[in-house]
Ligand binder design. Structure first.
Ligand SMILES: C[S@@+](CC[C@H](N)C(=O)[O-])C[C@H]1O[C@@H](n2cnc3c(N)ncnc32)[C@H](O)[C@@H]1O
Length: 214
């Protein structure tokens, strides 16, 4: 079963692209995810590029992914990791817009280059807010609408085509604002350009958010 209709992008191009992107953000990923603790829910876990970054403070990982072909790659990735990591990890075929977990049950949420691709990020963030414990945290790393007006114009122009070719990814999301609108406040927040990324996807937001408005 897959939650998504067969999509050749996810079967063929996606794993190749993701390998390249993952190489460019390996340090940022490790630094962010070492803060994960307790029961961790990673949304849009993809091919499992984050799995090796979780430290001893992570008790259990639920890796949520809606695409069965991608999840199969995550399973292969997991099989290469130490047995204790394998024992702590569950792969969950599900959509972040409808998370099959109880309210207030998760200690750490992780969203790493995912909210650009979720059809309704407001809905996913509402679900993430629901499942997160009051004292929990959201760790995020996302590409967003650029600060530079010239790049913004290109993002807006190319978005309809990009969206169709890149598995639903949107170039013009304002994800930090969406996170706050969902009832989180930003902490350790960074907004910067990543020079290893093409300019269209080079404006990044990263950090930690907690429940409650600032
Ligand atoms: C650019 S990839 C990033 C994958 C992974 N987080 C990483 O850093 O390698 C975006 C991921 O978001 C997932 N995704 C798209 N729509 C989603 C949804 N509605 N719910 C959960 N994940 C979704 C895709 O299937 C894909 O695995």
């Amino acid at each position: 079963m897959s939650l998504r209709r067969y999509n050749p992008y996810y079967r063929w191009l996606f794993p190749w692209l993701l390998d390249r992107v993952s190489g460019a953000v390996a340090d940022e990923r490790s630094e962010l995810l070492r803060q994960a603790q307790g029961l961790v829910l990673e949304i849009g876990a993809g091919t499992g590029s984050s799995f090796h970054c979780y430290g001893d403070a992570m008790d259990r990982l639920i890796a949520l992914e809606p695409d069965i072909a991608v999840m199969q790659l995550a399973r292969q990735q997991l099989a290469k990791l130490p047995s204790d990591m394998q024992a702590k990890t569950a792969l969950l075929l599900a959509d972040a817009q409808s998370i099959p977990l109880a309210d207030n049950s998760v200690d750490t949420l992780v969203s790493f280059l995912v909210l650009c691709s979720v059809p309704q990020p407001e809905q996913a963030l509402a679900e993430m807010h629901r499942v997160l414990k009051e004292e929990g945290q959201l760790l995020f790393f996302e590409h967003v609408l650029a600060d530079d007006p010239a790049i913004q114009r290109w993002q807006q122009r190319l978005n309809p085509l990009w969206h169709r070719c890149a598995g639903g990814c949107q170039l013009n999301r304002q994800t930090a604002e969406l996170i706050q609108q969902a009832g989180f406040s930003l902490q350790d927040y960074e907004r910067y350009k990543h020079h290893a990324f093409p300019r269209l996807v080079g404006q990044l937001v990263s950090g930690r958010a907690v429940k409650g408005r600032a």
